[in-house]
Design a protein around this ligand. Structure first.
Ligand code: SF4
Length: 261
């Protein structure tokens, strides 16, 4: 039986596969894990975006008072989760004093508190909080990544920086062969994911007309469903633009979609 979300080999159309992975029909789990580990090694050494490299390192050296005794990660932040994940969560970028400090996606800031509470409630995380990369938190069937892997000043990456970083997202997508639901957090993540998805030869019918909005749902190729949510940034959660109930409804729907398969 074919894994959920797997595109049947005979229906694959690889118009463009810059990763060199997506077009390989037979690729073992072991090999995908190995390629993911290689990707991680490359990623953490990446210095492609001079502005972001300078910013991540400056923030890591200067720190903030409340974390002055901690050693900041200060490098690109790798994705977190299993290569067999059925749920993919795509965020914007590491927070300057969150993941840029802890070295793990959505770990150590209020956005992460929101995300992990939702993931725990719906069965993808073994606890509702995420404080450090060695806190023992385990994910089940979930993979968390971001459009950009270095913290941008004011949380605003440039178009060129997003394009630079797409190479990593595309390679991750090419390796995640059991995907069934993708939750994108925010407009930039929505666009970055769509570009990466189609950039490796997947199809997204109606992509041009598909707009980012909270609660939107779009069918993708291979039986994958795209759900979009506002990002759980303080800007959204403290103003009430995104409430806990709104956020949890997205993950509740993701869980329902997975149960239906
Ligand atoms: S944002 Fe991405 S491409 Fe740019 S330096 Fe960081 S890891 Fe490299």
């Amino acid at each position: 039986m074919m894994a959920r979300g797997t595109v049947p080999a005979e229906t694959m159309e690889f118009t463009h596969d810059p990763t060199g992975i997506r077009g390989r029909r037979a690729i073992s789990r072991h090999e995908r894990q190995h390629l993911l580990a290689e990707l991680r090694q490359e990623l953490v050494a990446c210095r492609l975006c001079p502005r972001l490299v300078e910013w991540r390192e400056r923030v890591a050296a200067a720190k903030v008072r409340r974390f002055r005794d901690e050693e900041y990660w200060g490098r690109p932040v790798p994705a977190f989760g299993s290569v067999d994940a059925a749920l993919l969560v795509v965020g914007l970028a590491p927070a300057a004093h969150g993941a840029n400090r802890t070295g793990r996606m959505f770990t150590g800031d209020s956005s992460g508190d929101w995300l992990f509470r939702a993931l725990h409630r719906y069965g993808w995380a073994d606890r509702p909080s995420s404080v450090g990369r060695r806190d023992g938190l385990a994910l089940e069937g979930c993979f968390i990544t971001a459009a950009v892997r270095c913290p941008p000043p004011q949380n605003k990456p440039t178009r060129a920086e997003i394009e630079n970083c797409r190479r990593y997202l595309m390679r991750e997508l090419a390796l995640l062969r059991s995907l069934h639901v993708v939750v994108v957090l925010g407009r930039i993540a929505f666009a970055a994911f769509c570009d990466a998805w189609t950039g490796i030869g997947n199809s997204f019918e109606g992509r041009e007309a598909a707009l980012f909005r909270h609660g939107a749902q779009y069918p993708l190729s291979g039986g994958v469903t795209l759900l979009s949510s506002y990002h759980p940034s303080r800007q959204n959660t403290q103003t009430g633009r995104l409430t806990r109930a709104m956020f949890h409804r997205v993950f509740s729907r993701a869980r329902r979609l997975l149960r239906e398969t």
